[in-house]
Design a protein around this ligand. Structure first.
Ligand code: SF4
Ligand code: SF4
Ligand code: FES
Length: 258
């Protein structure tokens, strides 16, 4: 089936696909492999019949299984839970497993990896720095136990538990951080919307006994949180409808009144 793959090097060929009267759809994918020692290129794959499920991820899996086993992308749950299949589909960062294929009106659906990230291969970005930043915010519950009563449970009221809604649902897909212009240009020092939303999740947890240390860490220097300029690209793209920009504003408020 490899003959269905076409190498596209210029946009005039792309417009031919778009203006064709055929109902057929194509997926145009950014490709790059470190082993080929060549520049990135696009490949266009026809979508064959109805042999795949309804989502863009299903079409990618079908391409990999039936047309081109060299295509690389991440996926795991196929349910919008693991955050693995984030990519840039028709210019917007999304989860491929939650994007229905049919509602995309374009005949040629262009897919890039998440923007402004180093690429390992094809649609697989290198998330090492992202996860390193995640580790920096201590994404776990810190609780100093009473040494005289170590068996005492660390309970939380229903009201306090509700404070975590809109925060705990984050699946670390990085759609928001890779949409954020401030993160594009300062990703070495600015922690970005995903990591800061996670940081606020632990700051908001009434069982945590290290909120002061968390705020001190985030407030140190001018880059970790204060590079957010409330552009709100993050909230527009979040597949879980979360609002990292709002969480960052709340952290800034707490840090400055600390
Ligand atoms: S609100 Fe802040 S974090 Fe979100 S996109 Fe804008 S600058 Fe980035
Ligand atoms: S806040 Fe939303 S877009 Fe950002 S990492 Fe979490 S789930 Fe993904
Ligand atoms: S495959 Fe898990 S979120 Fe898409």
């Amino acid at each position: 089936m490899r003959q269905f793959v076409q190498l596209i090097h210029n946009t005039s060929i792309l417009s031919t696909f778009n203006s064709s009267r055929s109902e057929k759809k194509y997926i145009r994918i950014y490709r790059w492999s470190p082993s080929l020692r060549s520049n990135p290129w696009f490949e266009i794959y026809p979508i064959l019949g109805k042999s795949y499920g309804p989502m863009v991820l299903d079409a990618l899996i079908s391409i990999k299984n039936r047309q081109d086993p060299t295509l690389s992308f991440r996926r795991s749950c196929r349910e919008g839970i693991c955050g693995s299949c984030s990519m840039n589909i028709l210019g917007v960062n999304k989860l491929a497993c939650l994007q229905p294929f049919k509602i995309l009106s374009s005949k040629v659906i262009t897919i890039y990896p998440l923007p402004h990230m180093n690429i390992i291969k094809d649609l697989v970005p290198d998330l090492s720095s992202f996860y390193h930043q995640y580790k920096m915010i201590s994404p776990w519950l810190n609780y100093k136990r009473d040494p005289h009563n170590v068996k005492k449970e660390n309970l939380q009221s229903k009201e306090d538990r509700l404070k975590l809604d809109g925060l705990y649902e984050c699946i670390l897909c990085a759609c928001c951080s890779s949409s954020c212009p401030s993160y594009w240009w300062n990703s070495g020092e600015y922690l970005g919307p995903a990591i800061l939303l996670q940081a606020y999740r632990w700051i908001s947890d009434t069982r945590d006994t290290t909120v002061e240390e968390r705020l001190q860490f985030l407030g140190k220097g001018s880059m970790k949180i204060f590079r957010c300029h409330t552009i709100m690209n993050c909230a527009k793209v979040c597949p879980k409808n979360l609002n990292p920009g709002a969480a960052i504003s709340l952290i800034k408020n707490q840090v400055t009144h600390f």
